[in-house]
Design a protein around this ligand. Structure first.
Ligand code: OGA
Ligand code: NI
Length: 342
């Protein structure tokens, strides 16, 4: 299966030609209208500095806002987080350099299984799925053991620094989220064994597409894990599903776009939403996005927090049965395999 970069090389990047029909995508949520958050509802913004150094009143207000954002949107933008803008910029540039390596160099990292420590691919799994996505990607686990492609130069060091700095942000957000659920601040960290938790770094490359209206970068999906922090190169394309509409996510490149993952939804017994989102492509610009996903330790059984099941007199029955994070990922892999073979 060839990458989008190779496909474009074959046509010398001709942006006037029709793309192969395998990339024609009819979104299953196509009936939903697009709402422009600049004019309508917009994704909540969380000022991170208030979580770490606000007055007690500011802190309790921001924790409340955070809980509301998790409940209403499952998405929010984090500003004033303290990760240097220069580090975010160099991370995006270095991921861009990775995609410029030769196909042979990148194929060294070609992946097959969702738990492969390093996974280079295109579409979903580089396999002959019916509809292809206009995206090349690299994914690598940076925790509990650190992995990273050795090329381009500096990728390892920059990724390590970036993953350490973002982890500091994620930890504070997990504390705020725990408190917003009425749990003690270390709850999520302890219950999910985050000291040996999975941390998955990814970079997505969406080259310009001659027929952006028929292709899709990433179809509607929700993320596994607890929390994803995403940065991008300033080109729009991410949309989140909110109240039966697709809402464009506009965020400053030095902010983090954060979303709740499926396992946080499970842990919160469905109170917090792991929202559907998708990535569109466009006809002129290359888009790069870098999500880093924080999950429980692989052997952790994730089920609704027992503390949330009894709410004074009214009891909330658990919305689902527990399974380990590993079992969940194996189940996702089995679904991908089924798609490939059917
Ligand atoms: C993802 C994802 C969105 C984007 O990689 O899971 O949702 O904007 N990416 O690239
Ligand atoms: Ni996603």
């Amino acid at each position: 299966m060839i990458s989008i970069k190779q496909l474009l090389a074959q046509t010398s990047g001709d942006l006037t030609s029709n793309i192969p029909t395998a990339y024609n995508f009819t979104p299953n949520n196509i009936h939903l209208p697009v709402s422009d958050e600049l004019f309508e509802d917009s994704i909540p913004t969380i000022d991170f500095s208030l979580l770490t150094s606000g007055t007690p009143e500011q802190r309790s207000k921001i924790i409340n806002d955070l809980g509301k954002a998790c409940q209403d949107w499952g998405f929010f933008v984090v500003i004033n987080h303290g990760v240097p803008e220069s580090l975010m910029k160099v991370m995006i540039e270095t991921c861009g350099e990775f995609f410029k390596l030769t196909e042979e160099e990148k194929q060294e990292y070609a992946g097959k299984h969702i738990l492969d420590p390093i996974f280079y691919g295109t579409s979903i799994n580089g396999a002959a799925t019916q509809v292809l996505f206009w995206r090349d990607f690299i994914k690598f686990f940076v925790h509990p053991k650190f992995h990273c492609p050795s090329k381009p130069i500096g990728f390892r060091e920059i990724s390590m620094e970036y993953s350490k700095r973002t982890w500091e942000v994620a930890k504070v957000l997990m504390k705020g989220i725990s408190m917003s659920l009425g749990l003690e601040e270390g709850y999520v960290e302890k219950a999910m064994n985050l000291e040996s938790g999975l941390q998955l770094m990814a970079a997505n490359l969406y080259p310009p597409c001659s027929q952006p209206e028929v292709a899709i970068g990433l179809p509607p999906h929700s993320d596994h894990g607890l929390l994803t922090l995403l940065i991008h190169n300033g080109i729009c394309g991410l949309q989140v599903q909110h109240k039966e509409k697709w809402v464009n996510v506009y965020s400053n490149p030095n902010a983090f776009v954060v979303n709740i993952g499926n396992h946080m939804e499970i842990l919160s017994n469905g109170k917090y939403k792991s929202a559907f989102h998708r990535a569109l492509v466009n006809g002129t610009d290359t888009r790069i996005s870098i999500p880093i996903l924080y999950g429980p330790a692989l052997e952790t059984v994730v089920s609704p927090a027992p503390e949330l099941l009894v709410d004074n007199e009214t009891s909330n029955p658990p919305a689902c049965a527990g399974m380990t994070y590993r079992e969940y990922l194996e189940m996702l892999q089995a679904k991908i395999n089924a798609k490939i073979h059917n």
